[in-house]
Design a protein around this ligand. Structure first.
Ligand code: PMP
Length: 287
């Protein structure tokens, strides 16, 4: 349960935490966000998440609300006030509020900052990972700058809903050439029939996942053969394994793509190993 939310300098009760009616995040999705996992009371890979937050702001020329050190103090306080041991911190920065206008507001308009934290039932993702999940592929309807973590999530919301109706927890988006870009809220991976771990290279069609980076470190440390390149649906269907990565799910095995089983339809050995080893390589920081 979320009890207290930070909004623009104040710690508010959940039901009373509010932003301006003309906030640009609300009107234009003129905003970016980050999600950091909290595990055993510590932040996971926080430095990388804060660095991506700053990159997203810089790409959109939204002013930084404060230094990383100041933001970490707020994050720590929100985690403590909500008694989160295992869960997530969500933070959002918008270009601020003002009379609705496509033109950007004056440069000294203060950005809006919201930080909230939520306890999640520990072990939920672990249980899901025992079975693995299904994904559904569909053409990527999003814009050409998916490397920026904006709150413009409606295409992903609708695509995930379409997938969910067919029993798939995640969507895998296809670029115009038929290659898989990423998931609606995760990065996409396969282990080819030759045993090579493949994930798309960083380009503007995907978010540079923090979990993706850590998993690349794990894979290299384990001596796995890794290629960062596009892969298409038929290569994925012929793969030994498939999985996704994200801060809230770490490594989640995929056992079905478009209702077709991946290999024998059970979570693969490499995905399970990467999941097991993940936290040995992730960076923990105190709050
Ligand atoms: N791609 C998209 C579109 C996402 O929304 C996310 C989750 N934030 C990811 C990839 C995975 O990123 P991360 O590992 O940093 O959570």
């Amino acid at each position: 349960m979320t009890r207290i939310v930070y909004v623009n300098g104040a710690y508010k009760r959940y039901a009373e935490a509010a932003i301006h009616a003309e906030d640009r995040g609300f009107q234009f999705a003129d905003a970016i966000y980050e999600v950091i996992e909290v595990r055993d009371g510590k932040l996971v890979d926080a430095t990388q998440h804060l660095s991506r937050l700053n990159n997203s702001l810089a790409e959109l020329a939204i002013p930084r609300p404060m230094s990383d050190a100041a933001l970490r103090i707020i994050i720590a306080r929100v985690i403590r006030l909500n008694a989160v041991r295992n869960g997530v911190v969500y933070m959002q920065v918008t270009r601020g509020a003002g009379p609705r206008d496509f033109a950007l507001p004056p440069a000294d308009t203060p950005p809006t900052l919201v930080v909230l934290a939520r306890q999640l039932r520990a072990g939920m993702a672990d249980e899901r990972a025992l079975e693995g999940i299904a994904v559904k592929t569909m053409p990527d309807p999003r814009w050409a700058r998916c490397d920026i973590k904006t709150v413009m999530l409606l295409p992903a919301v609708l695509a995930k809903e379409e997938a969910r109706k067919e029993g798939a927890r995640e969507v895998w988006f296809l670029d115009p050439k038929g290659a898989i870009t990423e998931g609606g809220s995760s990065n996409a991976w396969i282990v080819t029939d030759k045993g090579v771990l493949v994930t798309r290279q960083l380009d503007p069609s995907i978010l540079p996942g923090v979990t993706r980076l850590t998993v690349l470190d794990v894979a290299k440390a384990l001596g796995l053969n890794v290629e960062e390149r596009p892969f298409n649906r038929s290569e994925a269907l012929a793969a030994q394994e498939a999985f996704l990565t994200s801060a809230t799910q770490t490594v989640m095995p995929i056992v079905k793509i478009d209702e077709k089983l991946v290999a024998d339809g059970r979570p693969g050995a490499i995905a399970k190993r990467l999941r097991r080893e993940f936290y040995r390589f992730a960076a923990f920081s105190g709050v």
